[in-house]
Ligand binder design. Sequence first.
Ligand code: ADP
Ligand code: MG
Length: 242
Amino acid sequence: MSAVVTLRDVHKRFGDLEVLKGVSFEVAKGEVVAVIGRSGSGKSTALRCVNRLETIQSGSIEVCGHRVDSPDLNLRALRQDVGMVFQSYNLFPHLTVEQNITLAPRRVRKIRGAEARDLARGALERVGLADKIQAYPEQLSGGQQQRVAIARSLAMNPQVMLFDEVTSALDPHLTGEVLKVMESLARGGMTMIVVTHEMAFARRVASRIVFMHLGKVWETGPGEMLTAPRTEELRDFLSNEL
Ligand code: ADP
Ligand code: MG
């Protein structure tokens, strides 16, 4: 089994507050892991540790062969392998969709002109927005802007994608189009960790669910665990989500 992401006994503290209390899980190539749990349970922190947006106190994290917890980590190489999409899409308002998408590749890979345009178009096709390449963010709906943010990540050709509640800021009628894009990425074999409150999506798309509670992986299993929770805590969580 080739694990793309491995967390082993990860502990993370903010001052006196221990937020991750020995978190362990693995994500194999092509797997989609949905991370669910109450607000404050440590989901975002765990994801941010994977991308070294946070450092950890103990344990180990390995991502695409990078020892993320090592002082020798090549941060740039890690960030090239790991794409991350947040709730707020943070597109530059004064740049076109194409310019937003090609900003990082231009800087990192020194590509220009037609090559940059092809890269943007290819990424936009994967999110169903090839016709918006010359648009400005304000001309797009929230759902379309989030799809552009996903395309921007894809343009870096990541090995794994991290999604942190990417539909939480969207109106319900715009949520579906973003989830559809994520589902098609998953079907295409992308390795993904998805923090989400969309339980139907988690059940349908995820290879595995990780339920976090009080900074721990409380329960983990296939999608069916959502219909047959083993712990009181997961049962409570699910009854409040529905
Ligand atoms: P979730 O994403 O599951 O809602 P988070 O990982 O965002 O949870 O937060 C877990 C806990 O860590 C919360 O109690 C939160 O207040 C705390 N926390 C998160 N980030 C920081 C930070 N930068 N400084 C201090 N506390 C933080
Ligand atoms: Mg969060």
